[in-house]
Design a protein around this ligand. Structure first.
Ligand SMILES: NC(=O)C1=CN([C@@H]2O[C@H](COP(=O)(O)OP(=O)(O)OC[C@H]3O[C@@H](n4cnc5c(N)ncnc54)[C@H](OP(=O)(O)O)[C@@H]3O)[C@@H](O)[C@H]2O)C=CC1
Ligand SMILES: CC(C)(CO)C(=O)C(=O)O
Length: 322
């Protein structure tokens, strides 16, 4: 295992496995695994990536929970990198045993909006680095990761008024590992730009069981509908001072349109969750946006309908899981 900072990766799924692989090259890593614990402990992860290479196999140091991680040795974790789904009201309590106040840098690599405050409340003396992630990836079966055409992190300290050094230092670490990183003074507008993609594609694909390309091919107005939903997100962002140019909306839609000709569809994480009968990130990807929209009196009927439909679907997934 590499020397360097001591890193705990929480949420070793599709995205987490790729960053665990990269971070393992430049730091001493441990991963908290849940359903894939047994298979990963025995056989490790295999990553097939269009960027980092095919058939990459590595066996990480894995634990079942943060108490076990903490008990491994007395040295504090320098970083906890969180790549689980963002489910409000759960993760801070779960990671608490591995967080050393005033020392451990907490890094969120997750989609959504409004995900940071519960960490700054729970850990007021720990720096928080918020990362927007572009990395289409799936895990199927457990331990086998497929990663598509892009890998990029847009990162910033949270709140943006806090000292920026932890975000810069984490950016340098993960860049040295081979990731593509942009460090921003305020990463929130980048979160909103990414949300154009997630608030539109994730619930639509989950509800229709289509990849993004299959949805666009399903009817003539389908692509226009996605654009209209993205514009609702853009308008809500603008009401909160984040001005996203129309060209950015066109660019984000264009990333999917560019793949129509070769038929390579992306399976957004919410569609993967439906297929795996797992709960979805409805609140941070759609619910928070709708609430902000309504508070600022921004018209967002399409998003509101998507929210209610996705929430109903999620409640059924919850019921199936007991
Ligand atoms: N997949 C993608 O293409 C992309 C995803 N994202 C975002 O990245 C984040 C991660 O997504 P993704 O990798 O797809 O998610 P996955 O569901 O693939 O991975 C999440 C992992 O977290 C684990 N986990 C959750 N709770 C716990 C717990 N209490 N203890 C231990 N492990 C836990 C899950 O375990 P278990 O298997 O037991 O549930 C799972 O292995 C999300 O915010 C998503 O929106 C962003 C860009 C692309
Ligand atoms: C749509 C996608 C793959 C873009 O990276 C994503 O963010 C997700 O699956 O949640």
């Amino acid at each position: 295992m590499a020397e360097g900072p001591k890193v705990l990766l929480f949420g070793a799924g599709s995205v987490g496995a790729v960053y665990l692989y990269l971070l393992s090259k430049v730091s001493s890593t441990t991963a908290v695994c849940r359903s894939n614990y047994g298979i990963v402990k025995k056989d490790g992860f295999t990553i097939n990536s269009s960027i980092f290479g095919k058939d990459i196999r590595f066996i990480p140091n894995v634990v079942r929970d943060c108490d076990e991680a903490k008990s491994l040795d007395t040295k504090p974790f320098d970083y906890i990198v969180i790549c689980s789904k963002a489910t409000p009201g759960t993760t801070p309590q779960i990671i608490a045993p591995a967080v050393t106040p005033g020392h451990t840098i907490i890094v969120l690599i997750q989609n959504g909006i409004g995900i940071e405050d519960e960490y700054t409340s729970a850990f007021p003396t720990n720096p928080l680095v918020s990362c927007v992630v572009y990395l289409p990836a799936t895990q199927r079966p457990a331990g086998i990761i497929k990663h598509g055409e892009v890998e990029r992190l847009e990162i910033g300290i949270y709140p943006s008024s806090a000292p920026a050094a932890p975000a810069k230092v984490f950016g340098q670490l993960i860049t040295a590992a081979g990731a593509t990183v942009e460090v921003h003074d305020d990463v929130q507008i980048k979160r909103w730009s990414k949300l154009l993609v997630n608030a539109a594609w994730n619930p639509i694909c989950a509800l229709t069981l289509c990849t993004d390309v299959n949805f666009m091919l399903s009817s003539e107005p389908a692509t226009d509908l996605i654009f209209a939903i993205m514009l609702e997100v853009r308008d809500i962002a603008a009401a909160y001072g984040h001005d996203i140019p129309r060209e950015e909306v066109e660019y984000q839609l264009g990333r999917a349109k560019d793949r129509i000709h070769n038929g390579v569809g992306v399976e957004p994480s919410m569609l993967q969750d439906v297929r795996g009968a797992r709960r979805m990130e409805v609140e941070v990807i759609v619910g928070n946006v709708v609430r902000l929209g309504k508070k600022a009196h921004v018209k967002c009927e399409r998003l509101e309908m998507l929210y209610l439909l996705a929430k109903a679907l999620d409640s059924q997934l919850g019921r199936k899981n007991g």
